[in-house]
Design a protein around this ligand. Structure first.
Ligand code: AKG
Length: 307
């Protein structure tokens, strides 16, 4: 039985089954405070995707995070069941091709053998097909168990253009929350409008879960202890930088092909390959012993399938 995340049991079940849930979240006053705060701190316009979390100024990141936390406190307490808010960032999509974000999964930040972790993604303007709404791939969070991190690709990275056709664009009102499992494939298209698509993204984990960081070195994925301060005080793209290692993990990064994706997601069996016309064998056919047959990558992936 999955660990409970939301107070509302029906929404909690939907979140577990589909990997996301859309719920009313910030009220009009909270939303306006966050819109005004953004504009006060960003008088200039930019191009493509921009996140305050990527700022090199710790003070700036921390100050905006604190204000986001203040505005999220009421709604988070009302919505979540025994969860720990981690912190947030503005994530803004300005006009321009650079803003496209292909389907991806987010990093593991808890031990996913036992826990799940989530983003609360709250647009501060209404979102639609033209201004870079988020598009989710329903129930994709349960397809494959994986470790994801700064230098560990998610298993779907080679099919990220292909999977997009199955994504569902979520049209939202300003202040609503899209809560999604970090394992869920999600994407957002270009903002074609002149107005920036303002949003806030905020991490949350079960109260009992400890934070983790995963990093690949010399072909081995390792698990490290982690904490919120690490995200604020370090360049998290640069590796564990003194975090305590817990263990090396026996893990080979799976790479899903289009055919494998169809089987995993749609349950479609790949078409059998047509046999090439052959001339009669001159030698008696060699019998292939079962233990000679290599386990295909796809079988390995199926072995890894979780939950
Ligand atoms: O804000 C967006 O358009 C995408 C956000 C996202 O994919 C993420 O935070 O992982």
């Amino acid at each position: 039985m999955a660990i409970r995340i939301l107070n509302d049991l029906q929404q909690d079940k939907f979140l577990d089954d589909e990997g996301y849930a859309v719920i009313p979240f910030l009220n009009a006053a909270e939303t306006k405070i966050l819109v005004d705060l953004f504009h006060e701190n960003h008088p200039e316009t930019k191009e493509g995707l921009y996140a305050t979390a990527h700022s090199s100024s710790k003070e700036f990141k921390q100050r905006l995070n604190d204000e986001i936390l203040n505005q999220f406190t009421r709604a988070t307490a009302e919505t979540f069941f025994e969860c720990r808010p981690l912190g947030g960032s503005y994530i803004v999509k300005y006009k321009g091709e650079k803003g496209v974000l292909y389907p991806h999964q987010d990093w593991n930040i808890v031990d996913e053998d036992f826990y799940r972790s989530f983003n609360i993604w709250v647009p501060l303007v209404d979102t639609n097909d033209e201004n870079g709404a988020l598009a989710v791939l329903p129930h994709s969070h349960k397809l494959i168990k994986s470790y994801r991190g700064v230098n560990i690709a998610d298993p779907f990275y080679k099919v990220n253009g292909y999977t997009w056709q199955y994504h569902k664009t979520v049209h939202m009102k300003a202040g609503e929350a899209l809560i999604y499992d970090h394992r869920l494939l999600h994407a957002s298209a270009v903002n074609q409008t002149d107005a920036p698509r303002l949003a806030v993204v905020f991490g949350i984990i079960p109260e009992k879960a400890e934070m983790r960081y995963y990093y690949l070195e010399n072909g081995i994925v390792s698990e490290y202890e982690n904490n919120v301060d690490f995200f604020f005080n370090n360049d998290i793209l640069k590796g564990p930088q003194g975090l305590k290692k817990i263990k090396d993990i026996d893990y080979q990064i799976p790479v899903v092909t289009e055919e494998e994706f169809d089987e995993l997601y749609l349950g479609k069996k790949p078409e059998p390959k047509k046999a090439e016309p052959q001339s009669p064998p001159e030698q008696p056919e060699r019998v292939v012993e079962p233990d000679e047959i290599n386990k295909s990558l796809f079988q390995k992936i199926m072995d890894w399938m979780s939950i």
